[in-house]
Design a protein. Structure first.
Length: 263
């Protein structure tokens, strides 16, 4: 049965999101490039460069050193095929000569994680403690991720798919070290009226059609477009989060950060 995302009850959202990403995972990276005309790469580059602080160069080799401890721990939640995680590792290495930074990717969908593992196998990070894939839910992170253990928590194009924003934030708060950073990358709304019209045509006509032609799956891409439409603007979200921080999280000492790609 096809039903629009807007009509889906919250209790069914998680399983719908699960089937959407299982269906799109084999072609996820190619489709991201086609549907955003490559622009998602720029958003992700600027997200990572804004969030990653200056790191010291590596003191230890990440391979074969039993005493090795990561100096900077990142958690990329809803990390999918590893786009953000790989950018963090590349930037740390290229800009700071750092190969100690460690990223753990947590995602609800095993198909997406599987594509990510295949992708990392083609990189120098394969089989090193620098990258790890974990099956898990943003709303209730795996318990091996200890309280106050994470320096940088990122969630890119993932938070709008989660059923409970307060649960995601409260888990982020639990695992972040005091002074750690939270980075959320999500779609915004287009404010320019001319561009808004172009975006409307692009997202409601072209994207589902591309999904149908390139991935044989129109419905999943229809869902993605509708979920972007339904998600509040980051300004609204920020004021809600402020309230949320006060009510749910108590005293906030972590750095909040929000970026919005204007699709
Ligand atoms: N962060 C990646 C990127 O920017 O390319 C992937 C984004 S993809 C649009 C959204 C991801 O969120 C999917 O891989 C999906 O499985 C994951 N996801 C959805 N709900 C989740 C949840 N509650 N916990 C963890 N991951 C979730």
């Amino acid at each position: 049965t096809h039903f629009g995302f807007k009509e889906v009850p919250e209790s069914l959202k998680e399983s719908l999101v699960g089937s959407v990403f299982t269906s799109v995972s084999p072609k996820y990276d190619v489709l991201n490039d086609s549907m955003s005309l490559g622009v998602h790469r720029l958003w992700k580059d600027s997200f990572v460069s804004a969030l990653l602080p200056k790191l010291p160069p590596s003191m230890h080799s990440p391979t074969g050193d039993k005493e090795w401890q990561p100096s900077f721990r990142c958690l990329d939640v809803a990390g999918g095929t590893g786009d953000i995680a790989l950018r963090i590792l590349d930037r740390a290495r290229e800009k700071y000569g750092n190969r100690d930074v460690q990223v753990e990717i947590v995602d609800l969908n095993e198909g997406m994680l599987h594509e990510g593992v295949k992708r990392v196998a083609q990189t120098m990070y394969y089989n090193t403690p620098q990258i790890k894939f974990t099956h898990g839910n943003a709303q209730s992170l795996p318990t091996h991720i200890a309280d106050n253990s994470i320096d940088l928590y990122t969630i890119a194009f993932g938070i709008r798919n989660c059923t409970s924003l307060p649960a995601v934030l409260s888990e982020a708060y639990r695992v972040l070290k005091p002074g750690g950073r939270l980075g959320v990358l999500e779609f915004g709304k287009v404010s320019n009226p001319l561009f808004r019209e172009f975006y409307k045509q692009w997202s409601f006509s072209v994207i589902p059609l591309m999904g149908q032609i390139l991935a044989g799956d129109r419905d999943s891409y229809q869902y993605l477009v509708e979920s972007i439409e339904k998600f509040p603007t980051y300004k609204k979200q920020a004021s809600k989060s402020e309230k949320c921080e006060k009510e749910v999280l108590g005293q906030i000492i972590r750095t909040g950060f929000a970026l919005s790609g204007e699709a």
